[in-house]
Design a protein around this ligand. Sequence first.
Ligand SMILES: C[S@@+](CC[C@H](N)C(=O)[O-])C[C@H]1O[C@@H](n2cnc3c(N)ncnc32)[C@H](O)[C@@H]1O
Length: 245
Amino acid sequence: MGLMEYVQFTPRQATRPVNETKTKKKIHKKWADIDRYIADRLIPPDRALDSVLELSQTAGLRDHSVSPNQGKLLMLLAQTVGARAILEIGALGGYSTIWLARALAPGGRLITLEANPAHAKIACANVARAGLADRVDLRLGKALDALPTLTAEGPFDFVFIDADRVNIDKYFRWAVKLSRRGSLIVVDNVVRYGTAIKDEDSTSQSLDRFYRLAAAEPKVSMTALQTVGVKGHDGFAMALVTANP
Ligand SMILES: C[S@@+](CC[C@H](N)C(=O)[O-])C[C@H]1O[C@@H](n2cnc3c(N)ncnc32)[C@H](O)[C@@H]1O
């Protein structure tokens, strides 16, 4: 940019961030309000789930669990495939774990992988309080260490990937390996305000690797949707496994 252009641009650019921030806040509030409107109508108050959020907040956990609307979507999707074996990567306080465990067909089981011992402890307590401890098995440790040990416990009918984004492509590769024809794999946080198309950090790169991997994987058919709501602008990917590994 030449000096004249810089001089002409400076005053406008100086005011833009303030206006943009205000506009963004307004838009975010609208997204969040609509999310709450939907939840108020379609998701009745639920003592077990509400207390997970309260207790997680009291324990100082970051607000990284899925929203109620997303949690119910996970449950519906797992029910749609009649899931008897569910694998979750990233439990945090167990909020999505509880939604998913409720979807299990009779006699089903859910394995959830969590690396943080404090999160794991809270998740176990929350799952027990929700009356689901008999079907949920939390494995403490890094997911990439645990995944290779799960071969004998699969195939899983439904996999939910919601841990560190930097390994998202590796988790997806494992999810496909541990699935069967007809399994559904849901991957959260695949948009994060457009991180994937920004090419700015390791998360952008891992998201890009993930999309390329999924596109090239002949055993899955995948799409991804952008979402807005209480969690801001993000998205999830959904892959149907179309062949046995
Ligand atoms: C976004 S939170 C999960 C939220 C949860 N699925 C929910 O919706 O309620 C991500 C979780 O993944 C865990 N995590 C991060 N890296 C991990 C790893 N390498 N292996 C297993 N868990 C990991 C974090 O400790 C955190 O609890």
